[in-house]
Design a protein around this ligand. Structure first.
Ligand code: NAP
Length: 550
């Protein structure tokens, strides 16, 4: 049998069937796809030849793939700032999309995807992703590290290419094969693939759903949950839950499971205080779990059932048989309302606290802790929060001193022990009188309550962790009765004194644990279901007992 010529060998690599499908797909492209290939003789010959063979065979399949080849040391490479070979540049007059290396193996899928998307001149992204990308006001330079043996890499690489086609004026992309570009992979410490950087910030490990990728790109940090947005001006529901912490999300899951259409409205971050808790201990099922991880799990679960409206502040509520809730963006109607508005950080109330907020005074060690690495801070408080935050700060290299107004911690013994075993300094019987500084915090004035001594204590940060105050402004505006301690008053079914209005979670007071908040949210949801299907107000004994009325 006659030996095959190299070209025929290349063709047999594709297989007739694959080649035919590629030809059909490329011939159908509405636009030509200009591809520039930069190679270099005498260096990386194997890779350069492989890239030439591969791209030439693609360009032979269809006249729509227009290949031009250049030398890395030539004028064109200088003009286009191409510095390594092989490099592929796709339709450079329109887009900023490059592939550094040889798109072999699994990466063949990336190459085909790139050619098709560029040939159609459409990112083919879904509406939600496009909305997110449209919000990006500044440029994004993406680097996706991939390898030919990684089956997940093409998905992430294509996400990046889609974004570059969707927003060509804002997004540039380099897909980087780590095997051909080991020096760069080392520099970025990309030791697993796919890994995605944007503007030199790591925004994703692994492949992401398209919307999550878009969100990570917009926010320039890894996102794990995507909440779909809607333009609807009127949302008709059976239940509106105000508050997207553990209580509100649990309530949402249970009302929807009971067959009630539900919207959860959250003005800030989902997960409430849990989202900013460094580590949650003993949430049943988890010995220790980062607060953010727990929130992501919870939100992902809730999203399977309930519509969540994040970043919307409730500005007005009308109660009655038909409840109306207004946010800055839309109106919701409902038959029942669950207030799961949680609690806010308690302030110390000392001079300088408000003045230096964000300039040394913080209520969130997870958020702001890294800014204080190798600096000295005090954590004020003696409960679980103060101890957890002090341990977190200590662990990330912040010089931490715990300041407590009594001589014993309120925190659970197991947590408290860690303060001592880590040699974290504790100033007992000490209160903060004032926070001082110029532009930023530079010292606090402390008073030893036992000796009466007042003295300055130089620090760069003050972390306040002295508990929470319930958020009851909405409740108050509806005429909901509060307890003497300022929490929402409610019966054993979480009904308030206002018909159709229920409460759940920290805003009710009590133990303030994640599990208890979830339990309260669940109970409130089931009460709503019971009340809407078998109205308690028609039951004589309940009426006489004086519970909430309609
Ligand atoms: P907390 O338990 O109420 O403790 C507040 C601490 O701040 C107390 O030590 C209190 O001192 C002190 N404090 C209050 N007002 C102060 C003031 N004006 N000046 C100085 N110190 C003041 O609050 P928390 O630690 O934020 O915890 C809240 C709830 O969340 C608790 O139920 C807690 O168990 C829970 N939590 C659980 C975890 C977990 O991992 N499972 C983590 C964090 C929080 P006194 O002791 O003198 O009253």
């Amino acid at each position: 049998m006659a030996e095959k010529r190299p070209e025929q060998q290349q063709r047999s690599f594709w297989g007739e069937e694959v080649e035919q499908s590629l030809r059909a797909a490329f011939d159908a492209l509405p636009h030509e796809v200009p591809v520039m290939l930069f190679t270099e003789k005498g260096r990386n010959d194997v890779l350069n030849t492989a890239a030439q063979d591969l791209l030439r065979s693609f360009s032979k399949i269809s006249s729509k793939i227009v290949l031009r080849e250049f030398d890395l040391n030539g004028e064109e490479a200088r003009k286009r700032n191409v510095t390594s070979a092989p490099t592929l540049v796709f339709d450079p007059d329109r887009y900023s999309i490059r592939y550094l290396g040889v798109p072999y193996g699994e990466e063949g899928r990336t190459l085909v995807g790139m050619l098709l998307l560029v040939g159609f001149r459409t990112g083919n992204m879904n509406e939600q992703s496009i909305k997110v990308l449209e919000r990006m006001a500044s440029r994004r330079e993406i680097k996706v590290f991939v390898s030919p043996t990684c089956p997940y890499c093409p998905e992430q690489a294509i996400n990046a290419v889609k974004a570059a086609i969707e927003r060509p004026e804002k997004v540039s992309v380099e897909i980087i094969d780590i095997q051909s570009n080991q020096e760069m992979a080392n520099r970025y410490q990309a030791f697993s693939v796919p890994q995605t950087f944007a503007n030199e910030v790591l925004i994703a490990y692994g492949a992401q759903a398209e919307e999550l990728f878009a969100l990570s790109l917009e926010k320039l940090e890894q996102q794990t949950v995507f909440i779909p947005e809607t333009d609807a001006e009127l949302v008709e529901t059976d239940v509106v839950v105000v508050g997207g912490g553990p209580a509100g999300l649990a309530a949402g899951i249970y009302t929807v499971r009971s067959g009630l259409r539900t919207a959860v409205i959250e003005r800030g971050a989902l997960g409430g205080q849990v989202a900013t808790t460094p580590v949650v201990e003993n949430y049943p099922g988890f010995n220790r779990v980062p607060g953010k991880t727990l929130v992501d799990i919870l939100v992902s679960h809730a999203l399977e059932y309930v519509q969540i409206f994040q970043g919307e502040e409730v500005v007005d509520i009308k109660t009655g048989p038909r409840i109306e809730v207004r946010t800055g963006r839309r109106k919701f109607t409902a038959k029942a309302l669950i207030l799961a508005t949680g609690a806010n950080y308690k302030r110390l109330g000392v001079p300088g606290e408000m003045n230096f907020m964000g300039r040394g005074v913080s209520y969130c060690a997870t958020c702001d802790g890294p800014l204080f690495k190798n600096r000295k801070v005090i954590v004020v408080g003696g409960g679980n929060s103060a101890v957890t935050e002090a341990l977190h700060l200590h662990n990330i290299g912040v010089q931490t001193v715990l300041v407590h107004r009594r001589n014993a911690l309120r925190a659970q013994e197991h947590l408290a022990k860690n303060i001592f075993s880590n040699n974290i300094e504790v100033l007992w019987d000490t209160e903060v009188l004032e926070i001082k500084g110029k532009e930023k915090v530079s010292e606090v004035v402390l008073r030893n309550k036992r000796t009466g001594e007042v003295y300055p204590f130089p620090v760069q940060g003050v972390f306040v962790a002295i508990g929470y105050e319930p958020s009851v402004d909405l409740a108050r505006s509806l005429g909901v009765e509060l307890t003497p301690d300022g929490f929402i008053g409610h019966d054993s079914h979480h009904r308030t004194n206002v018909a159709g209005v229920y409460s759940a979670g920290d805003v009710e007071g009590g133990y303030k644990q994640i599990v208890t908040a979830m339990g309260q949210g669940t109970e409130a949801a089931l009460s709503v279901f019971e009340d809407l299907t078998h109205p308690y107000w028609t039951s004589e004994p309940e009426k006489q007992a004086g519970v909430a009325r309609v």
